[in-house]
Design a binder for this molecule. Structure first.
Ligand SMILES: [Zn+2]
Length: 170
């Protein structure tokens, strides 16, 4: 198992590209999933998508449990139903030091594959719904700050750069 460095907004091209489907459900994939769990927990996140670690593949890991002991992965996920709309404030490990508010569906149903390639469906509201939409956006090259107006986006990016500079000095 290994920690993989998380990349930041506009610092890495993979974050802003559409990711490619996973076609091989093999040992290497299981290792990647374990590394993604470890990296997500180390960063204290509730979700992590492969483009956030510089890998342009359609895979994300999620754990919204309080004890951080219920991880699962979504591979080649698609939103097949969504209803409602609410404004949601959220952070992103790739845009550290800032929270942004954007529109999210209230309810989503997602179809995805698990680590063995088995197809499953997951219906969600609340935090899980928002988290699924956030991670699936990452696989489309879209981040939560992309929903902001150009001015608000600039402000958020400045906050992020300031946060990164401060952390470098520590
Ligand atoms: Zn994110």
């Amino acid at each position: 198992m290994a920690l993989i460095p998380i990349v930041y907004y506009s610092h890495h091209p993979t974050l802003h590209k559409v990711a490619q489907p996973i076609t091989h459900f093999d040992e290497a994939l299981l290792t990647l999933i374990q590394d993604m769990y470890e990296t997500m927990y180390a960063a204290d996140g509730c979700g992590l998508a492969a483009p956030q670690i510089g890998i342009a593949k359609r895979i994300a890991v999620i754990d919204i449990s309080d004890k951080k002991n219920k991880p699962f992965c979504i591979i080649n996920p698609e939103i097949i139903e969504k209803t409602g709309m609410e404004l949601m404030s959220a952070g992103c490990l790739s845009v550290p030091g800032t929270y942004t508010t954007g529109p999210r569906a209230t309810y989503v149903k997602v179809r995805a594959q698990d680590e063995t390639g088995k197809v499953f469906e997951l219906a969600a509201t609340g935090l899980l719904s928002h988290c699924l939409q956030h991670e699936i956006d990452h696989l489309l090259g879209k981040l939560n700050i992309d929903y902001l107006s150009p001015l608000k986006k600039q402000i958020s990016l400045k906050k992020m750069e300031k946060f990164l500079r401060r952390n470098e000095k520590d």
